[in-house]
Design a protein around this ligand. Structure first.
Ligand SMILES: Nc1ncnc2c1ncn2[C@@H]1O[C@H](COP(=O)(O)OP(=O)(O)O)[C@@H](O)[C@H]1O
Ligand SMILES: [Mg+2]
Length: 208
């Protein structure tokens, strides 16, 4: 049986990740592809407990890194890898790039520590494709505000959100084979159309 494909969505708050995760999963299922939707932190009972723990408090960046890493190891081992092995596609809202940007670039946790943990908790289950939702900081914040209560991450300064955006853009530049930068400052249908075209062309259209 063919292995399933692993697709992740990354980007700041309000960039439209959850919206596009749902849209892509709907199209895949409509096309007869068995698809699991999941998110980080979360995805397993342990992961959801970590999510509640971390989002409700303000741990040190390294504490956050280790808790997220523990949740991710469970997520990959118990849900993502078994699903992919079974031929199911997995669409995940945030994954390794959020750790690299939030705990690494913005939290100051050294890159080599993040890399070492990744290589034990994730590898070889690296995403086949990552959509990096790119949006001016102000637009994302306005959307997140309009959606309701701001999380601890949303409530940071505009400068923080600008650095966040730059961090995600840098990852997309550094890993062009895996990552695709998506202009998220467009209407949801246009964005969903581009995402679907990309997925179809890369993975679904057979070469003649
Ligand atoms: N392309 C878009 N244009 C305008 N508003 C959007 C767009 N995509 C999502 N939204 C709205 O913005 C808010 C944040 O979207 P969401 O998908 O939850 O973002 P994220 O998961 O990245 O935080 C929601 O209220 C959503 O309906
Ligand atoms: Mg979301």
């Amino acid at each position: 049986m063919a292995r399933g494909l692993f697709i992740t969505f990354e980007g700041g708050e309000g960039s439209g990740k959850s919206t596009q995760v749902a849209r892509l999963a709907e199209r895949l299922r409509h096309g007869g592809i068995e698809t699991v939707v999941t998110r980080e932190p979360g995805g397993t009972p342990l992961g959801e407990s970590v999510r509640a723990l971390v989002l409700d408090s303000s741990p040190e960046p390294v504490t956050e890194l280790l808790l997220f890493a523990a949740a991710r190891a469970e997520h990959v081992g118990k849900l993502i890898r078994p699903a992919l092995d079974h031929g199911t596609w997995v669409v995940c809202d945030r994954f390794i790039d959020s750790t690299r940007v939030y705990q690494g670039l913005l939290g100051g946790v050294p890159r080599d520590l993040i890399g070492a943990i990744e290589s034990h908790s994730v590898a070889p289950t690296v995403p086949d494709l990552t959509f990096v939702m790119d949006l001016p900081a102000e637009v994302g914040l306005k959307r997140a505000e309009a959606r309701g209560a701001l999380s601890r991450f949303d409530a940071q300064s505009t400068d923080y959100h600008r650095r966040l955006r730059e961090g995600f853009r840098e990852i997309a530049r550094a890993e062009p084979a895996r990552c695709l930068l998506i202009n998220a400052d467009r209407d949801p249908d246009t964005i969903a159309g581009e995402i679907w075209r990309t997925v179809s062309e890369r993975f679904l259209v057979k070469a003649p």
